[in-house]
Write a protein that binds this ligand. Structure first.
Ligand code: HEC
Ligand code: HEC
Length: 235
């Protein structure tokens, strides 16, 4: 059997495995168009600072005079990025308020358009945490992850083309140094990397392998790595 066939068979057994469903992670596939991670970070600062939002929604946005913005329940906005942006821009006039309390436009603050977009991005993110969209580990995700591993992720440079180890450890054995072997913990390790002081070989693995991977690519490559370790576990 060629290597490719072995791989295909391994994938099929994965799909058929009853516990595959348990190994799923809730992740957003992408941010809304126009929204960047940088905006979300900036928006958090504005929320707690010059945007005034914390005064009525609380520093963690869990609600005070204004509603909790971290739950999935919307009083006024529809929960999409654009709806949130619009609401923050215009506020909630008293006659439209569900609780009989008004929200002034932009929280009554002097934030500009750029800051308003950022704070809306942050609020959107709050109600769409990593567990809001289910991305199960599918054969397609694993196959895509293999491409990332050998391609833009550059993982093969340190872990070898077969992931059997080089500078970085063998990822196909059942021994895990930093992750717990679960899909989620592998995602976490790939996202954060391994600092040199924690590395057994005193060599750093940079966050995302030092590559410019999107979140979606990280989820895919982690699925591939998870499938390698798991395949071995079942042998
Ligand atoms: C003066 C208090 C006050 C400030 C300051 C304030 N809000 Fe509000 N906000 C409210 C109130 C009150 C409501 C709910 C109105 C209602 O009862 O329908 C609300 C509603 C919202 C909603 C809609 C929530 C939903 O469930 O639909 C969002 C989003 C929101 N605020 C974001 C912000 C942001 C971002 C800022 C900072 C730029 C901000 N608010 C500043 C009082 C405030
Ligand atoms: C610059 C080299 C380098 C690159 C590139 C790299 N890694 Fe690593 N990786 C390492 C090192 C070094 C360690 C930790 C070694 C140790 O502790 O001995 C590691 C650890 C890991 C672990 C934890 C293994 C365990 O046993 O817990 C995973 C998972 C992992 N890497 C996946 C990846 C993925 C996926 C990529 C590509 C996105 C990648 N790595 C890119 C060097 C690298």
């Amino acid at each position: 059997m060629s290597h490719r066939n072995v791989f295909a068979v391994a994938l099929l057994s994965l799909i058929a495995a009853p516990d595959t469903a348990a190994q799923s992670l809730h992740v957003p596939d992408s941010l809304p168009p126009g929204v960047t991670a940088g905006m979300v970070r900036l928006g958090r600062e504005i929320f707690r600072g010059k945007g005034n939002c914390h005064n009525c929604h609380g520093p963690e946005a869990r609600g005070l005079l204004g509603p909790d913005l971290t739950d999935a329940e919307w009083w006024d906005a529809k929960g999409t990025y654009l709806a949130i942006l619009q609401l923050v821009n215009y506020g909630v006039p008293i006659e439209q308020s569900a609780r009989g309390v008004a929200m002034p436009p932009r929280g009554g603050s002097a934030i500009d358009d750029h800051d308003t977009q950022a704070v809306a991005a942050y609020v959107w993110r709050l109600s769409h945490p990593d567990d809001s969209l289910q991305v199960p580990v599918t054969a397609a995700l694993i196959a895509r992850g293999r491409e990332v591993f050998l391609g833009p992720g550059g993982c093969h440079r340190c872990h070898g083309p077969e992931a059997k180890g080089d500078v970085g450890p063998n990822l196909t054995d059942a021994e895990w140094l930093h992750t717990k072997g679960s899909y989620l913990s592998i995602v976490g390790t790939v996202l954060s990397g391994v600092p040199a002081f924690r590395s057994r070989v005193r060599i750093e693995m940079p966050p995302r392998g030092g590559a410019r991977l999107t979140d979606a690519e990280v989820y895919a490559v982690a699925a591939y790595v998870w499938s390698l370790g798991r395949k071995r576990n079942r042998e």
